[in-house]
Design a protein around this ligand. Structure first.
Ligand SMILES: Nc1nc2c(ncn2[C@@H]2O[C@H](COP(=O)(O)OP(=O)(O)OP(=O)(O)O)[C@@H](O)[C@H]2O)c(=O)[nH]1
Ligand SMILES: [Mg+2]
Length: 261
């Protein structure tokens, strides 16, 4: 991962790569790509497909044949959202991008919000498309999904002392140079915990984080990949990071106390 440059001037955030991970998104991908093109004609798009059984990878290839700013990264098997994004970040870095956006393929993330997300990077390292700040919205989510998301957010913010309001948000823009400070080679989070993991790393690395209100909509078609193991992973990791964080705070408190005594 490159380490140069640090945050450059406002006009210097591009070119941007929009990374779209896919697993069985055949009924959603084309509309997401088209809407992204309409919203931001200047971005490049990378579809990261984990050998979807429904043929999403082949569909992505067909779309790429007509669009020289669309590329497809084929991976041999389903390895989770986190691994797909790590591969996309590495690809973006190797191909000289300075900005990378995370976007779901399922219609939950509206490409119309993309310009505002990219604009927010002019004075931030990480711009998070947030459902839970004034102006942010969630549409058509079943109550249990909203409760899970809100509950995970409250627990994470309490455990880690974070001020970010939407810690699990998956619609984000990063400066590549900033991602280089997050020791990505040690990331093992697989599910939506990946988003919490990177938020926590960004805070610890002192990155500038901003939240931009977005409207999140329940997936348009196809099946969610959310499952119990994804929730358990997040709960286990956040608890362990939180305990480590709080015990570090206590050690610092008592350590300082001894010196001052
Ligand atoms: N390449 C790849 N993409 C994945 C994998 N798991 C999920 N995705 C994609 O990541 C995006 C988010 O996954 P979703 O299934 O929508 O999960 P979610 O948004 O947390 O849950 P829902 O609210 O139910 O939609 C979608 O574009 C998925 O196709 C994976 O293992 N590999
Ligand atoms: Mg989704």
């Amino acid at each position: 991962m490159s380490t140069t440059p640090d945050r450059p001037g406002p006009s210097d955030t591009g070119p941007a790569l929009v990374a779209i991970p896919t697993y069985n998104e055949r009924d959603n991908l084309e509309r997401t790509v088209e809407a992204t093109r309409r919203s931001c004609p200047d971005v490049d798009i990378l579809v990261v497909d984990d050998n979807s059984p429904d043929g999403t990878g082949e569909l992505a290839d067909a779309l790429a044949a007509d669009d020289d700013r669309l590329r497809v990264l084929h991976r041999p098997e389903k390895q989770g959202l986190g691994a797909a994004y790590l591969a996309a970040f590495d690809w973006a870095d190797r191909h000289g991008y300075r900005t990378v956006v995370e976007m779901d393929a399922d219609g939950s993330h509206d490409p119309a919000d993309l310009p505002r997300l990219l604009d927010a990077l002019t004075d931030a390292d990480l711009a998070i498309g947030s459902r839970y700040i004034p102006g942010g919205k969630v549409r058509n989510w079943p109550l249990h999904r909203l409760a899970l998301s809100r509950g995970a957010g409250v627990y994470t913010r309490l455990m880690l002392g974070l001020s970010v309001r939407d810690v699990t948000a998956g619609y984000r823009a990063y400066r590549l140079a900033a991602l280089g400070k997050l020791e990505l080679d040690t990331v093992t989070s697989v599910g939506y915990c990946f988003q919490i993991d990177l938020t926590w790393r960004a805070v610890k690395a002192g990155l500038t984080i901003t939240e931009v209100p977005i409207t999140f909509t329940e997936r348009r078609a196809g099946a969610s990949k959310m499952n119990r193991s994804i929730t358990v992973e997040a709960l286990r990791n956040v608890t362990s990071w939180g305990l480590a964080h709080r015990s570090r705070q206590l050690r610092n408190l008592f350590g300082r106390g001894r010196i001052e005594a």
